[in-house]
Design a protein around this ligand. Sequence first.
Ligand SMILES: *[C@@H]1O[C@H](CO)[C@@H](O)[C@H](O)[C@H]1NC(C)=O
Ligand SMILES: *[C@@H]1O[C@H](CO)[C@@H](O)[C@H](O)[C@H]1NC(C)=O
Length: 306
Amino acid sequence: MKEEHKQYHKRLMTVALRLVKPTAYFMLLLLAYTLGYLSSPSSSSYPRSPVPSSPTPFINELINLPSQLDQFRVKAHCAVPLPSERVRQTILDRVFNGTSPFDGFPPTYVRPLLQRQRIRGWGSNGAVFEHLIQKVRPRTIIEVGTFLGASAIHMHGLTRKLGLEAQILCLDDFRGWPGFRDRFKDIKMINGDVSLMYQFMQNLFSVNATDSVLPVPFSTGSALEKLCELGVYGDLIEVDAGHDFLSAWSDINRAYRLLRPGGVIFGHDYFTATDNKGVRRAVNLFARIHGLKIKLDGQHWVIDST
Ligand SMILES: *[C@@H]1O[C@H](CO)[C@@H](O)[C@H](O)[C@H]1NC(C)=O
Ligand SMILES: *[C@@H]1O[C@H](CO)[C@@H](O)[C@H](O)[C@H]1NC(C)=O
């Protein structure tokens, strides 16, 4: 009986902690923001001493917590949208110095590293892809997190089937993650350099998708910033990179700025417990701040801007 009681309390505490955690997180961020704000050179009206003489400003900031959430909106505007027919050439010019990365592929030193086709993903063939591609009929698809290209190849097939001339931009640093080779021992590594980008490109070759898919081989953060600067927007944006809260949060915020009006942003692993449910917490918070509705399709979350 006593044991049961303890268990009950433990469960109650867990639930309470779960509810409190996001709030606590924001309080912490807000406090950090507030401190930065108060110590910034521009706020010269505040005392210069390292310890503020009165705690009042902090308390005021915290009382205004709801309106303070505004500070976390990503406000910077991206460049004027490029017409979709100029997207591929712009990426070729600005990322690859005007030459297709597929020209002369694979170079002789890479050839021995590659398998003819090595495709692996998670949830990459979910029905959500077909639902959204049919609905949106995208000209530009941005994929944030690509790995070996399974879902990009699936989306390529779907756009072809529908007669759409879509370009798919695949943002990934193509480094995998620490320890991924425990499960992918066959992916070759040379001096710590894994051959994921080359194998991804080889996979595209193997399905004749090199005219409609391009890698953008940088961290998702810097690649999304570049697209913003270039005015490359997506009709359909898939977010499936880092699953911890901070990665998912930053990817979603940066990616949403690049969504064309009427477009759809979606992502995998809404239900996974991995990384302390980072994806779900980020998506929920984002939707809440922006007043958006989350729809679910299989294991995917979907936010429709229409
Ligand atoms: C970019 O391409 C031009 C020729 O089109 C070449 O002269 C130049 O060296 C290239 N730059 C780099 C950084 O590869
Ligand atoms: C490969 O795709 C191109 C269009 O991007 C098409 O013209 C060509 O016929 C395809 N080749 C094969 C072998 O399917």
